[in-house]
Ligand binder design. Structure first.
Ligand SMILES: NC(=O)c1ccc[n+]([C@@H]2O[C@H](COP(=O)([O-])OP(=O)(O)OC[C@H]3O[C@@H](n4cnc5c(N)ncnc54)[C@H](O)[C@@H]3O)[C@@H](O)[C@H]2O)c1
Length: 387
């Protein structure tokens, strides 16, 4: 049983505590927060845990194996460094730090002390995101042209970091995961409508290898809560919608085929458009935060490098730094440096791998059957249908 200490008992911290205990493989032994009211509130749920406002007391506890940090982003580096120096394995919330120099320092300390350093890029543990990646990797969508990310809502409004660092950090971790790499450059624009100097609305465009474009719209000043990714490939297109529990992924058999000759009329153009309808695969969903906590526990037990390790955190921070520089410099295209030693290899557990292989086989079989049927009936539109 992993003995874990939680630092930060605000909005997100209690979710981490609950998820760790839900795994049945970890026990929350210590709670720490500067705010005595929040500390007291969470302590009532974990009477077996010690509660303190002094970090040194928690870090000095000999029976503690690991620490989870869920404090505001600006405090991550200092607390994380002290935790690693106290020989605790570490799960730190995103973004790992507010600059790449500090992220790299944490990586070095963890490597030197042979400690697990993991960042809470929770979407990398979301089964529907993993399914989307599997779909893209299988070639079902063809060559990926571009990805479009939308992450909007009305609030919650933050004042410590802007929408880029708070919201788009999720999308950057997802795009790096989906595309197995780091972006090469970025151009970004942001506006602070609510609080001076804290951009609540940000639009950023990243370029990856093979010139794949990944565009992010992130805002907490928007009437609608949206969590959506559109993946456009040369053969098919897919939409991932985190808020649609019944249909988290929809696959559109749509594309524009190269016509034999360049069409000079609108009708001619229409013949080049293939509209084969929409396929909605069944996907088993998981609890991403629970999966994240389980992965952390497994990595500590086996001494293995986590999927969202320190390098993954650094990659996101480097992209955020470049986007910030671009925003401050009239959206100038800004290069993103890549850290040597980062192999970008996604790490998927065997249990997930078998389920994901099966998922893609089913999608492929269904889409092939549908395609034959449309061709036979001479119709190109099959219409939406749920499975
Ligand atoms: N993965 C996700 O989906 C997700 C969602 C929300 C928040 N987060 C991340 O979780 C972290 C916390 O966010 P939140 O929304 O819970 O913030 P919050 O402000 O609600 O809570 C932060 C808590 O940390 C405490 N704190 C601040 N400095 C401290 C210190 N030095 N020592 C001990 N306690 C300290 C505060 O008193 C507060 O109770 C952030 O990094 C945020 O980006 C992640």
């Amino acid at each position: 049983m992993l003995q874990i200490g939680l630092i930060g008992t605000g909005y997100w911290g209690p979710n981490l505590a609950k998820s760790f205990e839900l795994t049945g493989k970890a026990e929350v032994r210590w709670l720490c927060d500067l705010d005595s009211r929040r500390l007291e509130q969470l302590s009532q749920k974990y009477p077996h845990a010690h509660a303190t406002s002094e970090l040194s007391k928690l870090l000095g506890a000999k029976d503690l194996d690991a620490v989870a940090i869920s404090t505001p982003a600006g405090t991550h580096y200092e607390i994380a460094r002290q935790a690693l120096e106290a020989n605790k394995h570490l799960l730190v919330e995103k973004p790992i730090t507010l600059n790449s120099k500090e992220a790299l320092q944490l990586i070095r300390v963890a490597e030197k002390r042979e400690l697990i350093l993991m960042v809470g890029h929770v979407f990398e543990y979301n089964f529907t995101i993993r399914a989307l990646k599997k779909l893209m990797d299988s070639g079902e969508l063809g060559e990926i042209h571009y990805l479009n990310f939308e992450r909007t809502n009305l609030g919650p409004v933050r004042t410590d970091v802007n929408a880029l660092w708070d919201l788009a950090s999720h999308d950057i971790s997802i795009m790096c995961y989906l595309l197995d790499g780091a972006p090469k450059d970025v151009t970004a624009r942001g506006q602070a409508f609510l609080n001076a100097d804290v951009e609540d609305t940000v639009f950023a465009t990243f370029t990856f290898l093979k010139d794949i474009i990944a565009q992010v719209s992130a805002s907490w000043l928007n009437p609608r809560k949206v969590r959506q990714i559109t993946a456009v490939g040369s053969k098919k297109m897919a939409i991932w919608n985190d808020l649609d529990l019944q249909r988290p992924i929809q696959i559109y058999d749509k594309r524009v085929e190269e016509p034999a000759e360049i069409p000079d009329t609108f009708d001619g153009y229409k013949t080049a458009v293939v509209d084969g309808g929409v396929y909605i695969p069944h996907i088993d969903q998981n609890q991403p935060l629970l999966a994240e906590c389980e992965h952390f526990i497994e990595c500590v037990a086996r001494g293995e490098r986590p999927q969202s390790d320190g390098y993954s955190g650094l990659r996101v921070v480097q992209a955020l730094e470049a986007a910030t520089a671009s925003m401050k410099n009239q959206s100038k295209i800004t290069l993103i440096k890549a850290e040597p030693g980062d192999d970008h290899k996604p790490r998927v557990s065997m249990k997930d791998k078998q389920r994901l292989d099966h998922f893609v086989d089913v999608v492929h079989a269904n889409l092939s059957a549908e395609h034959t049927r449309w061709r036979d009936s001479g119709s190109k539109t099959a219409g939406a249908r749920a499975k």
